[in-house]
Design a binder for this molecule. Structure first.
Ligand code: GTP
Ligand code: MG
Length: 372
């Protein structure tokens, strides 16, 4: 058993209850009574005081799926993953829509782009791939951020030329500085007459943005999401920066890793999750674990709903075959086989339950000590 009351411990050890309570007080426990619930580690500690060696039978089983160390010889450049931030109404959605539409190839599905939380654009000139995540306010992102995962390589800070730096622009700047994610500024709505772009640049500089216009390193691109003005320049700016960042990963020869961006139930298909692959290449038959569920990959689709055979680094792919609906923001990692995946999942569920139980026990003990 993971938990034991003080009186049960006394019975097992044939030690008078008051002696145990006394020794617990010496150990720093306060207001202990017979019905105080001890968790495993504390019970071991107290048993030790009475020269008992506690043997713990159900030690934690270790997950044998893990993130492999970097394999330098296998590193290859990978496309950048980009998100957009900025003040309300400054044009984030308009810019993303423009980039998405200009990148969508003619489709047999009547041009209906599925919303999967991410899309890939190919730059017009250099023909390089950029992955845009289009839901940064989304719960999945908050979760990833909470875990300290930096899924985004580059942030585009959108500032409307007719409105300049506003409260949420400043919030975004704070966030960017805190996380240290590289930045490109898109000064939007430059199609509008009478806008004062120099003022915007000056305002950014006064908020500690090291704009290239003043000799700094942060690229500023004057765009219009409405007319498409300089959108190609924005994409090339992303490529230039990503080359400087030397983004790399192992597309082959490692266990796949990634993140769940979104998930849903689809009629006739079952549980579908958008996975942003970070390392490796996901293909049919792979076993992926995410949170408390796993997947034997039965099929893959790109963001346009087309069936694909595999999804490599920085590619968002819809993945089917999950046993349960995976939660957005969960880390995805490949298991060698289904047995290991099942073991990892049951271990995770047990661990979660144990944490919950411990919290409950702590609450009960608190209440009981208050009753003293
Ligand atoms: P929220 O999601 O509400 O924070 O706004 P947003 O930043 O996504 O802005 P959105 O793209 O919805 O644009 C807000 C308004 O500005 C819309 O009416 C757009 O048509 C307009 N707009 C966006 N970009 C441009 C632009 O480049 N030029 C002009 N003239 N209008 C634009
Ligand atoms: Mg929007």
């Amino acid at each position: 058993p993971e938990f034991i009351t003080v009186s049960n411990l006394a019975t097992i050890m044939h030690v008078p209850l008051n002696k145990i309570i006394k020794s617990m007080e010496d150990l720093g426990f306060e207001n202990v009574r017979h019905n105080y619930i001890l968790e495993k580690d504390n019970a071991i500690l107290i048993a030790d005081e009475f020269n008992f060696e506690a043997i713990v039978l159900n030690a934690n089983t270790v997950e044998d799926i893990f993130s492999e160390p970097v394999k330098p010889g296998k590193l290859k450049p990978r496309p950048p993953v980009v998100t957009i931030m900025g003040h309300v109404d400054h044009g984030k959605t308009t810019i993303l829509d423009y980039l998405r539409k200009s990148s969508v190839v003619e489709q047999e599905f009547g041009g209906i782009t599925q919303h999967i939380g991410a899309f890939t654009a190919i730059t017009p000139e250099s023909k390089k791939q950029i992955t845009f995540l289009d839901t940064p306010g989304h719960a999945a992102f908050l979760k990833m951020r909470e875990r300290g995962a930096i899924v985004t390589d580059i942030v585009i800070l959108v500032v409307a030329a007719d409105d300049s730096v506003m409260p949420q622009t400043i919030e975004a700047i704070k966030h960017i500085k805190k996380t240290g994610v590289p930045l490109i500024v898109a000064i939007n709505k430059c199609d509008k007459h009478g806008v004062n772009i120099d003022k915007v640049v000056g305002d950014l500089a006064s908020h500690d943005i090291d704009v290239e216009d003043y000799g700094g390193e942060t690229q500023t691109v004057r765009v219009s999401g409405k007319t498409g003005l300089n959108m190609d320049k924005l994409e090339e700016a992303i490529i230039t920066l990503s080359e400087m960042l030397e983004l790399q990963t192992e597309p082959d020869g490692v266990a796949n890793e990634g993140w769940i961006i979104e998930s849903k139930v689809e009629k006739g298909v079952g549980y579908v999750a958008t996975v942003l692959v970070r390392r490796g290449t996901v293909k049919n038959g792979d076993i992926l674990v995410a949170g408390n569920t796993y997947c034997k990959v039965r099929g893959l689709r790109d963001e346009n709903g087309n069936s694909i055979k595999k999804a490599g680094p920085s590619s968002p792919a819809q993945v089917f075959g999950w046993k349960e609906l995976p939660v957005g923001g969960e880390f995805v990692i490949q298991a060698k086989d289904e047995r290991r995946a099942r073991k990892a999942v049951s271990h995770r569920i047990a661990r979660e339950k144990a944490i919950k139980q411990r919290e409950e026990v702590e609450q009960i003990n608190e209440q009981r000590s208050e009753e003293v």
